[in-house]
Design a protein around this ligand. Structure first.
Ligand code: ARG
Length: 594
């Protein structure tokens, strides 16, 4: 472990964090201050709750016997209040069994805290989280769905941890297609209003039609080129048409964001066009510093650290031979803006992994050009592909195009409704409640399935598996929450009024309680790595442990003594609050009944 890890709040209730601190003190006391930051390597253990593996690695450095090193460490280790047993086993593992009283005490403190003892970051940062970022001229596809869902969860988690988050939707609202799109709009049969409607309802078809004319009709192509120049020169009329295309698109994005329950709007988006005015300046600067040099008429930055297949340094074009700027130029200006104006400490780009190289080169140029000033950290939070369960390839519709997002969500809703009614649940609710639950289940299923997979891994869009009430699904987790709510209701208590005291008796109670202690550290890790799947996985684990507890430990049944009942109700209450908070951070709804 190194001082870097101090960004984790080592005072939180997680046993790993608490013990790590005690180990640091022991390491220093036994071997000297220079060993304080050696990683104690505390891991789950098969023989106890946890084991520390530090003695093995340290013995190598010290050239000593690992068991002896472990012995010396244990002698200095002050953990009597935390563990009930410490044992050295095998070649020098230190096995640690946590004490039931300590666990109960920690849980009691979590229960008494509004934030469930999730501490705020010691050093709050300003973080720009860039996500969704659809392209106005193209169809918003399932890849954008994923960055929207994952990015939103990252933003929520960082915010909850006390960081200042700027949600940034880098909409592709500028570029060469707009010349032909505007001309096609102006020629549209039925007028421009009908054209705009056609454009949003099937952007793909509109684009294709415009493109086909561009290729086959010289006159149209010429007009489109002139229109593009007019747009770039800021011609009023042209800008008005461009703005209308953008506006109808933003409206359709907003409808989708609302349906998905993400905290993003397209209205305040700073898309590519926002940076347009900054491009000449940034390119000038690169040129003056001799970072950008002419090459075959274009202006390029050569990166000697990146070699192409031919062994030559890779070139990034920042101004094309026709004088136009490109995607990368805009991204450089965007970085300058985020660093110098927004003063971001960290920028998280939640974008498909197929743009990996673009970002590697971009970040390298930014670094070379000193755009990062005080050391803003740029990271590409890569998003893996959503595949077709039938083919394993990219998810496509029958016509070979990307599947429109609204169609995917409609499909999810239909599946959820069918499953819900099949299970006999449909009849138990009035029409309005039934519909609200189905919506929560459908949206929850799509989002949770997406979030449960590490963001850079691909996964198949398999509605059948997503929409289930068992297994690794939102339905299972949501249903566990419904059970908790119902137990509390029947016990005559609320999540706030069920305060225990908590006593840890059975194995199921212990497993559940231990998991609850790790909520904060899980969020910290998820925030640091921009990895919401850690939270989804945690919540699935929580629901699993709660279900085991629910089946093994009666709460309201006759014969359960009063202390046990009060303790179990309190356990239900903390579990519920943790579950609800966690689902909220993922943007997954937690229905009251289902
Ligand atoms: N609009 C791009 C796309 O859909 C994603 C934008 C990524 N962000 C960036 N700063 N380049 O492919």
């Amino acid at each position: 472990m190194n001082p870097e890890l101090d960004r984790f709040n080592l005072t939180g209730p997680s046993p790993v964090a608490v013990l790590a601190r005690r180990f640091r003190d022991a390491l220093e006391a036994a071997f000297g201050a220079q060993y304080r930051w050696v990683d104690p390597a505390i891991r789950p253990s098969q023989h106890a709750d946890l084991q520390a593996n530090v003695a093995l690695a340290l013995a190598k450095v010290l050239e000593r016997n690992p068991r002896e090193v472990a012995r010396e460490l244990v002698d200095r280790l002050d953990v009597d209040d935390v563990v009930s047993a410490v044992e050295i086993s095998g070649p020098g593992f230190i096995n640690l069994t946590l004490s039931g009283e300590w666990i109960a005490e920690q849980l009691q403190r979590i229960a008494a805290d509004e934030r469930l003892r999730v501490l705020r970051a010691v050093q709050p940062q300003k973080v720009v989280v860039e996500y969704s970022s659809p392209n106005v001229a193209k169809v918003m596809h399932v890849g954008h769905l994923r960055t929207t869902i994952v990015g939103d969860a990252i933003a929520r988690i960082l915010e909850f941890l006390g960081h200042e988050v700027v949600r940034d939707n880098h909409i592709g609202d500028w570029g060469t297609p707009f010349g032909m799109l505007i001309e096609h709009l102006l020629d549209f049969e039925g007028g421009t209003d009908a054209g705009l409607r056609a454009f949003v309802s099937d952007t793909g078809a509109f684009y294709k039609a415009a493109n086909a004319r561009f290729k086959s009709d010289e006159g149209f192509a010429g007009r489109s080129r002139r229109r593009l120049v007019a747009l770039q020169q800021g011609d009023d009329e042209t800008l008005r048409y461009w703005q209308r295309l953008v506006d109808v698109s933003l409206r359709s994005y907003n409808a989708l964001y609302e349906r998905l329950g993400v905290r993003l709007t397209a209205d305040e988006a700073m898309g590519e066009s926002f940076y347009n005015g900054l491009l000449p300046e940034i390119v000038d600067e690169l040129e003056q510093r001799r970072l950008a040099v002419p090459s075959e008429g274009a202006l390029c930055v050569f990166l000697s650290d990146f070699k192409g297949r031919d062994g030559k340094a890779k070139a990034v074009i920042v101004r094309k031979s026709d004088g136009g700027y490109n995607y990368t130029t805009t991204d450089l200006a965007t970085i300058a803006y985020r660093v110098a104006v927004l003063r971001a400490d960290r920028v998280v780009y939640v974008v498909g992994d197929e743009q990996k190289e673009h970002f590697e080169l971009l970040f390298a140029v930014a670094e070379k050009a000193d755009l990062l000033l005080g050391g803003t950290v740029l990271e590409h939070a890569k998003i893996g592909m959503v595949t077709d369960p039938a083919t394993g390839g990219k998810l496509k519709s029958r016509s070979g195009d990307a599947v429109p997002l609204s169609a995917l969500l409609d499909g999810a809703y239909e599946r959820a409704a069918a499953k819900f009614d099949e299970s006999g649940r449909g009849e138990r609710f009035d029409a309005e409640t039934r519909e609200a639950i189905i919506r929560d289940v459908a949206i929850g299923a799509v989002k949770f399935a997406d979030l449960l997979v590490a963001r850079s891994s691909k996964y198949p869009f398999d509605l059948e598996r997503m929409i289930a009430f068992t297994g690794r699904s939102a339905g299972f987790v949501q249903y566990a929450g419904v059970r908790m709510k119902s137990v509390l209701r029947k016990g005559g208590l609320t999540p706030e009024s069920a305060t225990g005291p908590i006593v840890i008796g059975t194995e199921e109670e212990r497993n559940l309680a231990l998991h609850l202690l790790d909520f904060g550290i899980t969020l910290e890790e998820a925030g640091a790595a921009a990895a919401p799947h850690l939270v989804a996985e945690y919540l699935y684990g929580l629901a699993t442990r709660y279900t085991a507890f629910y089946e093994a430990c009666p709460v309201l049944k006759e014969g359960v003594d009063e202390e046990t009942r009060a303790s179990r109700l309190a356990l239900c209450a903390v579990t519920l609050r943790t579950l609800v908070t966690g689902l909220e951070l993922l943007g997954v709804p937690a229905p009251d009944q289902m």
